[in-house]
Ligand binder design. Sequence first.
Ligand SMILES: [Zn+2]
Ligand SMILES: [Zn+2]
Length: 302
Amino acid sequence: MLIGAHVSQAGGLANAIARGTERGCDAIQIFNQSPRMWRPTAYSEEDFAAFRQAMDHSRVDAVLIHAVYLLNCASEDTEIRDKSRVSLIHSLRVGEAIGAHGVVLHPGSAKTGDVPKAIKRAGEVIAEALAESERCELHLENTAGAGGTLGRSFEELGALLESAGGGPRLRLCLDSCHVFASGYDIRTPEALGETLDECDRIVGLDRLHSLHVNDSMTALGSNRDRHSLLGEGQLGERGCATFLSEPRFDPLPCVLETGRDHGAPAAEDVALAFKLRKRGNASRARASRTKLSPAEGARRKR
Ligand SMILES: [Zn+2]
Ligand SMILES: [Zn+2]
C-alpha cells in the first residue's frame, strides 16, 4: 500500500511533491485547480516537467488528482453539466501530463430528482470527458449518500460505470468514511472482507484502483460525510488499522484527506496511518496463527 495524503499545490504544482515529502508520503493527492472556482489553472510544459522531475527524485510513487467539488456531472442544468465536462477534461489532461495514477471524481448528485435519470446524465458527461482525453484513468469515488449524491452503494457505482461506457479507464476509489457512513461495516477484518466480496460481486474488485482513508464522525449508515481524525471517529483505531492492513488493498495508493494541519493531513497524521497499518498487519498475523493451530495459539498466549 502506498500511504500518503492530500496536499496543497499552492505556489506551483511541483510544491505538492515537496509537501508530500515533508509529510512522509508514498502517494499524494492534489486538486488540479482552485477547489472553489470553475476557472482552470493554466499550466505550462515547464510546470509539468518540474513536477515529474521532483517526483522522480522523491519517495512519492503515485499521484491522484481530485476533481474539484463544484462539478456535478448529473446536474439537470445543462450549463453546470457543460462546465463539469470542461473541468473534468482539464483534470484528465493534467493527469496525463504529470503521469497521474488517476483522477478521482464524485459521480454527482441527483439533488431531489430521479436517480436513474441522474445516473444516465452523469454517465454521458463522464463518457464524453474520457473521449476527449487519452490515457488517464477516472476513479469514481463512493459517497456517504448525503442528499441525492450518487455512488452510495456498489449497485449505484456499478450502474454509473456502465452508464459511462464501462471502459478500462473507468475505475473506483473507495473512501473508508463514505463506505461506512453509507451503511457497509468495515470495522473488523471479517466485516471488511464481506464488504469487499460484495463490491467484487457487483462491480468487480479489479476496478478498485485507489483509496481514501478517513475516519467517520458519524455512525454506520448515517449517510453523512463528516471526516474525523484517524482513530478518533466511529471506525476508531482498530477500524482504521483494519482498513489499512487489508491484503486486497496492498498495491493501491491510499491517501488521508483530514488531519491536524488546519484540517489537512500533517506529518503526524501520515505517521499514524503507517503505525496503524503495522498494527493491523500484526493483528491479522496473530489471528491467522491462531486459526491455523489452536494449540499453538494457546501456547503463545501463556
Ligand atoms: Zn474521499
Ligand atoms: Zn468525504
